[in-house]
Design a protein around this ligand. Structure first.
Ligand SMILES: *[C@@H]1O[C@H](CO)[C@@H](O)[C@H](O)[C@H]1NC(C)=O
Ligand SMILES: *[C@@H]1O[C@H](CO)[C@@H](O)[C@H](O)[C@H]1NC(C)=O
Length: 399
């Protein structure tokens, strides 16, 4: 019995990589206190002297919004519109995760505003990033994004704060076009440190932001401008650097080739993912991956350019948009220097749209990197097994 527990714990430690961190009132379904319920308005201006929002602090101009006529939100319900200097924030306890990734949704307040550059700035403990609503990236009039709230502080604090702020719309004239925020979801991420039989960590994209229940459109991931290429943090998709915009998709709403999640290269020009690695062994290296479509009626010719260092390979497939995929592979010789950082990337340069005029593109999944002559990840895997056996025997001995 006890032995079973140790074994289970040991194997869990290698696979338990993400957890949901509870945010209070994440979809604003608990209404602000002292809300003027006589007001039939879809937009109720909050007064910070009178109205508190359960779980949230706020400043500046904030409206409590009910989905309806001009406003569509995931699962309908309510959201908060952030007007001039509008800021909301929530503090949560640090639970030992390596990183936190926030999933959030933004929506325009009218069809006219969908054409404007409505935007929010999302801040974690160390950095912030501006996200703009782009109508061409989904069929709903809201978009779901994700952002890594990475920390670069020397002494980790016991609490962390996530903050979302309105950004003044670049296009002037329509002062009513402010972003509506809804459906926040926070995940604590522990980096997968052991990848069994694969030198690419998170090659199947299984570790990433959490999908909201009511999200049918996937999660948009955008390139980070101030990224440190050697760091696995700062990206919502652990270990990967996003190029352009990609859509992170789940098997509940899309077709993925392997596991539960995959990446769709949607923006073109280019849209892609990159991975930096060093090769600990010399000799031939093989990369295998799935390329296909998400089953989202994306019809067209897809070309994915795979690049390792400066060498490129083109993979082309004709998509019927029915969710089919094929396995492809490429081989190259590892650089002789074990310290040389090599970038591996997969990118699409074309813009493809489905019949709803929504941007779509090739899906990449299940990237598997192996050495022809025995893999270091096999050695890692073996050392994990030895560690676990050691733990089991120690336990038996003590018992
Ligand atoms: C909906 O938006 C349009 C402009 O996009 C506006 O003219 C109209 O008044 C809005 N309707 C409501 C109910 O807010
Ligand atoms: C590979 O694809 C890229 C982007 O679609 C294109 O520019 C390039 O000409 C292609 N190369 C070859 C050799 O077909």
């Amino acid at each position: 019995m006890a032995l079973t527990i140790v074994i289970i714990l040991c194997f869990l430690s290698a696979s338990l990589v993400s957890s949901i961190v509870t945010l209070q009132n994440p979809s604003f379904e608990l209404p602000p206190a002292n809300l003027n319920t006589n007001s039939a308005s879809q937009f109720v201006l909050l007064n910070s002297d009178i109205n508190t929002i359960p779980g949230w602090s706020y400043q500046g101009t904030v409206w409590y919004v009910t989905a309806g006529k001009n406003v569509s939100l995931p699962g309908d319900g309510h959201g908060l519109q952030l007007g001039p200097n509008g800021v909301i924030s929530q503090t949560f306890s640090y639970d030992g995760s390596d990183d936190y990734v926030l999933t959030f949704t933004i929506a325009p307040s009218s069809p006219d505003c969908a054409k404007q550059a409505i935007a929010v700035s999302v801040s974690g403990p160390s950095v912030s990033k501006v996200f703009s609503y782009q109508a061409s990236l989904g069929k709903e009039t809201w978009q779901t994004y994700a952002y890594a709230l990475w920390r670069n502080e020397l002494i980790p604090t016991s609490v962390l704060t996530v903050q979302i702020e309105s950004v003044t719309a670049r296009s002037t004239g329509n002062s009513a076009c402010w972003p509506i925020v809804d459906d926040l979801l926070l995940s604590g991420i522990n980096y997968p440190k052991v990848s069994v039989g694969n030198f690419i960590l998170n090659g199947g994209f299984e570790v990433g932001p959490s999908f909201p229940q009511s999200s049918s459109q996937g999660i948009l991931l955008e390139a980070e401008s101030n990224i440190d290429p050697s760091s696995p943090v700062q990206s919502a998709l652990q270990y990967w650097i996003v190029v352009g915009t990609v859509r992170y998709i789940d098997s509940k709403h899309y077709t993925v080739a392997e596991g539960l999640k995959a990446v769709e290269l949607v923006s073109g020009n280019p849209s892609g993912i990159a991975y930096n690695t060093v090769f600990l062994q010399s000799g031939q290296v093989t990369l295998e991956f799935y390329m296909g479509d998400a089953g989202d009626s994306c019809v067209g010719v897809f070309t994915v350019v795979a690049q390792v260092g400066t060498r490129k390979w083109n993979f082309t497939t004709r998509s019927k948009g029915d969710g089919s995929s094929n396995k492809y592979s490429l081989s190259f010789n590892a650089p002789t220097s074990p310290t040389e950082v090599v970038s591996i990337s997969f990118a699409s340069y074309d813009e493809t749209r489905n019949s709803n005029n929504v941007l779509c593109g090739p899906v990449i999944d299940g990237i598997l990197g192996t050495y022809s002559n025995g893999s270091p990840s096999t050695r890692l895997q073996n050392s994990l097994v030895i560690f676990c056996l050691g733990l089991v025997f120690t336990f038996l001995f003590l018992a």
